[in-house]
Design a binder for this molecule. Structure first.
Ligand SMILES: [Zn+2]
Length: 221
């Protein structure tokens, strides 16, 4: 049976009622109670919308939860403002130049990618120089699926190309350089799309266990 996961929005939607106003400290206490109740995901607020929510995420990031993971509410593009100028979006993500590629992901994924690219530059400078990206952050479903959400939607996956060429999707073969890169990604706890039932060799994504370890270290907040 598929496990049922609980996502609680008390600290975001629940604070929009009349006469309700929690301090950051009170929100942390409520989050701890929700964790005690067995909630899996606690939506803590909207970082960037007000200083109190930024303070909450800062405090809650250091709290120890049993199983709950913190989630942040955010918004996609708004009329009249470009996404790159939107402070709310910026609070959630970062765009960074890492060697030859410029990429937008969650911050700990960028740190991890920096380590991977650093090792690649040392060991395989030719492959390093030929790397390009076909994109990372993109809110969409998995290719060929009508229900499964792609990890590209939350900034934990990246598509890479070599010498400007994309690896053919689902053709059962893989560019040789990607094989070498994949080892470095594996060492950092990422999965490689070439091992999926529908081979997707250009795709690398942060493994669930890796995300959990980042979360418990407070890196995802
Ligand atoms: Zn991909």
């Amino acid at each position: 049976m598929e496990p049922i996961l609980l996502y609680d929005t008390t600290l975001r939607d629940g604070t929009q009622g009349e006469n309700i106003s929690f301090s950051a400290d009170e929100k942390v206490k409520i989050a701890e109670r929700l964790d005690d109740m067995g909630i899996h995901y606690i939506e803590g607020g909207w970082p960037g919308s007000n200083p109190k929510d930024i303070q909450f995420f800062d405090m809650a990031g250091r709290a120890k939860f049993k199983q709950a993971r913190l989630a942040a509410f955010g918004a996609t593009r708004k009329p009249g403002i470009a996404p790159e100028d939107d402070a709310n979006l910026k609070a959630l993500l970062e765009t960074r130049q890492i060697g030859p590629i410029r990429i937008t992901m969650i911050k700990p994924a960028l740190d991890s990618l920096e380590r991977i690219m650093g090792r690649l530059q040392e060991t395989e400078p030719d492959i390093y120089a030929s790397i390009g990206t076909a994109g990372a952050l993109c809110v969409r479903l998995i290719r060929g699926s009508s229900s499964s959400i792609s990890n590209h939607s939350w900034g934990t996956a990246v598509d890479l190309k070599l010498e400007g060429r994309l690896d053919g999707f689902g053709d059962g073969s893989t560019q040789f350089g990607l094989l070498i890169i994949a080892e470095l990604f594996n060492e950092e706890g990422w999965f490689w799309g070439a091992t999926y039932s529908r081979e997707d060799s250009m795709h690398f994504e942060v493994g669930v266990e890796t995300l959990r370890s980042w979360a418990s270290a407070g890196l995802n907040d």
